[in-house]
Design a protein around this ligand. Structure first.
Ligand SMILES: Nc1ncnc2c1ncn2[C@@H]1O[C@H](COP(=O)(O)OP(=O)(O)OP(=O)(O)O)[C@@H](O)[C@H]1O
Ligand SMILES: [Zn+2]
Length: 721
């Protein structure tokens, strides 16, 4: 009797056993279609001994229906999936799903039918068709994707196909990617860079697990050195995964990669079309995708012969996923390298304390690039004490920064102003009655976006047009904007420097790779004098004429009491400062603050990173915080406030009593209402040595909750709201 155990794509079900009928051969990792009740479900054949399940008698087993035409998930990936599920207390099925992230790729055949406009116009056009004609220009995608782009139904589009307005195009999703050339344009490395690169290259050649922390100041050429490691992996016929924290950075990366290797790498992120996803997924699985650059989800792609992993800007908190499986891509990347037996490079100018600690403990090998490439110097950093140098009323740029901006404009050099807040103002209130605009779904204020004339919630996306009158007291023209967002700073720059060309760079303006490319092009060609941006412009960019960076509010990130607040402020400010003076002209950085005496501000001013990290590490050690102690959170939510509270109390009531585990809460989360769900939190603090996951699993497993309640576990949380 030939039976197998499968992990099926339903997180509520455990592993299921099936019979393997004649004519089908499977091995661990095979992706299969199996019957489940009257339906069919996708599953993955797993080593039975690794998945405890209930033994079903042979006679009761149902046969597998089909093996899907893709290579089996390789063993190192299966081990990674197990590790991730175990470490983050997540269902195995939910993690496995992340690996099979293109359902199109799992189906047989290698073509996808996409549609595009024919250019023909018929006499009778309904309003819906007119909209579609307008929005689908230069688009080619599946009906489902086009319907999302145009905001019309599938039926409207199908009607347009029948009317000859749209035509099908068959796309071959197995056409190979052009090969990268490791020697296309190799740079002359400086001696220091060459030493670092040589370590990477020998590690790649050795094909063994070896984690590196590439700690190099901004502009030191970290990218150039890890490109040498990529070249070595290509020479050896291996695949490479490069993780970037944001899609917005991909564009610059692609250009540099192409200049170095002759072709663009394969990209992987959430906004790929399904045909692109399918092509990339299949090429990764059959080993023909050589270098994949992607957001954190690329981490679970089924590489056939991985040779190297790079995590760039490894300190970025966007590597932490905060919904679904709550994992940290930086840490999982290291585990993947461990299972694949390959080197991994974590690159950053401002490494996370956790990573530095790992280096100190000898677990990671720290390699250092202490100076900028090509003789460029680090920028000069000045503190602007806002208590002394006050901006004008309702303005946010203090006199010294105004002066510096004027000076740069006169000299024809570029400036960058950084404020990590989108929109015009974070709070809008009525001057007459005091009414404040709040999100109906979240405990958060609505942020005014003046460019698009909306008030928007940055948590759930809820939006309303900005009204002319107060909704409470009906007084017209009485709304006041409180506090600054980047749009307001851009207005202020236009007021101070009417002739300056100002670019606003936020996720609201750089909405596509094309827009990002356009911005880079303009900034590089000096068609922009002042860039005003959020954290999106703090890293990755290299504009040689940019000589002034102004930080509008260095204190903003310090509010809220997050355990990593000081570290994050340090990283953000140091990164944005790092954009100044990367060319021949020296850079200057002005940091506006009300707390010049705060250790993090002092460290930024003196450039004494080591002292800051040492003090920060000491504080964390005292508080039993990571990396010295462990935190986990349990977040309980429901659309019904009482139900959420009761469930949270139930969890609190059955909390284990352990000497070395401290449990706080349940208490309403700081963001007590989010996307229409009421939220309660418990925080768990334990010693490094505690088996925290086991404690949590044994605590939560026996508990049952009403169907409307969601209980999420967050191991090593980054968000404390
Ligand atoms: N050996 C080299 N030859 C030629 N150009 C180089 C070399 N090393 C670095 N550069 C150039 O110097 C600039 C800075 O290098 P790079 O962007 O790799 O630094 P980085 O350390 O990644 O910086 P950041 O952390 O600030 O993003 C880039 O324009 C890069 O092309
Ligand atoms: Zn909201």
């Amino acid at each position: 009797m030939n039976r197998v155990r499968c992990l099926v794509f339903n997180s509520a079900l455990g592993p299921l056993d099936y019979r393997v009928p004649a004519g089908i051969t499977v091995e661990p990792g095979s992706v299969v279609l199996a019957p489940l009740g009257p339906r069919q479900i996708i599953g993955v054949v797993w080593e039975a001994e690794r998945l405890p399940g209930t033994e079903v008698p042979d006679a009761k087993l149902r046969p597998l229906l089909q093996v899907l035409p893709v290579p089996p998930l390789p063993a190192p990936l299966r081990r990674l999936i197990e590790w991730t599920a175990d470490y983050y207390v997540a269902p195995l099925a939910a993690v496995t799903r992340m690996a099979l992230s293109s359902t199109a790729a799992l189906q047989g055949g290698s073509t996808v039918t996409e549609y595009r406009l024919t250019g023909k116009e018929t006499a009778r056009l309904t309003p819906q068709r007119l909209i579609a004609l307008d929005l689908l220009h230069d688009q080619q995608a599946t009906i489902r994707e086009l319907s999302e782009i145009a905001g019309v139904s599938d039926a409207v589009l199908r009607g347009m196909v029948n009317a000859g307005l749209l035509e099908p195009v068959v796309v071959d999703s197995d056409r190979p990617y052009p090969p990268a050339d490791p020697n296309f344009a190799a740079p002359d490395l400086s001696d220091l860079q060459a030493d670092v690169a040589a370590k990477f290259v020998s590690a790649v050649k050795a094909h063994a697990f070896r984690p590196f922390l590439l700690d190099g100041v901004t502009g030191s050429g970290k990218t150039e050195t890890y490109f040498e490691a990529i070249a070595a992996a290509l020479e050896a016929g291996g695949q490479v995964l490069v993780l970037l924290p944001e899609i917005a950075l991909t564009e610059t990366f692609l250009k540099r990669f192409e200049a170095r290797f002759g072709v663009a790498p394969v990209t992987w992120h959430s906004s790929l079309k399904s045909s692109e996803r399918r092509r990339a997924w299949r090429a990764v699985a059959n080993g023909t995708a050589q270098v994949v650059v992607g957001a954190r989800s690329a981490l679970f792609l089924p590489f056939a012969k991985l040779g190297l992993i790079v995590v760039d800007e490894a300190h970025e908190i966007s590597f932490k996923q905060d919904d679904g499986v709550r994992y940290n891509a930086r840490d999982v990347a290291v585990m993947r390298a461990h299972f694949e037996k390959v080197p991994v490079i974590l690159a950053s100018a401002t490494p996370a304390l956790e990573s530095l600690q790992m280096a100190e403990a000898g677990r990671y090998e720290r390699v250092v690039l202490p100076a900028r490439f090509g003789g460029a110097t680090m920028p000069d950093i000045q503190i602007v004490d806002l208590r002394v140098e006050q901006p004008e009323r309702n303005h946010w740029i203090a006199p010294p920064l105004v002066k510096a901006l004027k000076d740069r404009l006169d000299k024809g050099e570029q400036s960058l102003l950084f404020l990590n807040r989108r929109g015009y103002a974070p709070l809008t209130l009525c001057r007459t009655c005091g009414y404040r605009f709040q999100c109906p779904n979240c405990s958060a204020w609505l942020v005014e976006h003046r460019l698009s004339r909306r008030l928007a919630c940055h948590h759930c996306g809820h939006e309303v047009p900005t009204p002319d009158a107060c909704p409470e007291c009906s007084e017209p023209d009485c709304l006041v904007a409180c506090g600054p967002g980047v749009e307001r700073i851009a207005d202020e720059v236009a007021e101070i420097l009417p002739e300056a060309r100002v670019a606003l760079v936020t996720s609201d303006t750089l909405t596509s790779p094309a827009k990002a490319a356009e911005f880079v092009e303009m900034a590089s060609n000096k068609a922009i004098d002042v860039i005003v941006g959020t954290q999106l412009v703090t890293k990755g960019y290299h504009f040689p004429e940019l000589t002034l960076v102004g930080v509008i509010d260095a204190d903003m990130g310090l509010e809220g009491g997050d355990l990593r607040a000081a570290e994050r402020t340090y990283q953000q400010v140091a990164q944005v400062a790092g954009r100044a003076g990367r060319g021949e002209k020296p850079g200057e950085v002005l940091i506006q603050t009300r707390h010049p005496e705060a250790p993090v501000i002092e460290a930024l001013a003196s450039g004494d990173r080591d002292a800051f990290y040492a003090a920060e590490a000491e504080a964390r050690r005292d508080a039993g915080a990571p990396p010295f102690g462990r935190w986990a959170a349990i977040i309980v939510s429901s659309e019904d406030e009482a139900e959420a509270r009761d469930a949270a109390r139930g969890i609190g009531g059955s909390a284990p009593r352990l000497d070395d585990v401290l449990i706080l809460g349940p208490a309403p989360a700081p963001l007590s209402l989010l996307r229409g769900r009421y939220r309660y939190r418990l925080l768990i603090n334990a010693r490094r040595s505690t088996e925290l996951q086991r404690v949590i699993r044994e605590w939560l497993d026996p508990l049952r909750f009403p169907p409307g309640v969601r209980v999420a576990v967050d191991i090593d949380p980054y968000s404390f709201v």
